[in-house]
Design a protein around this ligand. Sequence first.
Ligand code: C5P
Length: 231
Amino acid sequence: MPPRERLIVALDLPEPEAARRLVERLGEAVVVYKVGLELYATRGARELTDWLVGRGKRVFLDLKLCDIPETVRRAVAALRDSGASFLSVHAQPGCVEAALAAKGELSILAVTVLTSVSDADLAREGWPRGVEALVAARARAALAAGADGLVASAREAAMLRRSHGRRFVLVTPGIRPCGAAAGDQKRTAGAGEAIAAGADYVVVGRPVRDAPDPRAAAEALQAEIARAAAR
Ligand code: C5P
């Protein structure tokens, strides 16, 4: 895969018009976009996906579905002709299987543990074994069910590749260029680090969206990805 296509820019924006403006500013530099809950909740989200696909872009619908299997299956069936390439569901019992049953051409990505969650957060919920053990357990179950890929932080990427090889797509959010504010993300890494650890794609939102020159920020990330991929 060309290094340029390994950067997924998150369109975390309040309305489709703002998303279109950012996509136009990024121009040829970015090929894959993530449409998440904020944008999907607006009028015109479906049209935005059509518009992106019509411009030769690929779309990751990051809706992180998590519900009883019947509801997930029916939601995925309603989304499978959306033109998106990827759809996320939580790696919870029954969820991945239900999504796979209805996916059509979509690739189903199973979200293991959100990158905003730390060991301490899990300990407070009664899981004392840490993030990595939970990512490992959920990844094993999701891949056994047949998930096309996993979403995890770059910190678990090497462990996931050691355990499961390259037979799945690995997407890593929580990417922060050196010195950038982490915000609510707790398991962060640089784009190059993520690629070196085994990620196929890195997801970047605020560091591109909020940059004074988003295109320059995206191109700098892609240069970092290309350097890491060439090593
Ligand atoms: O702005 P930032 O780069 O932190 O955005 C990360 C994006 O990736 C957000 O849209 C967030 O919803 C998404 N994401 C994440 N952690 C996951 C899965 C998706 O941060 N485990």
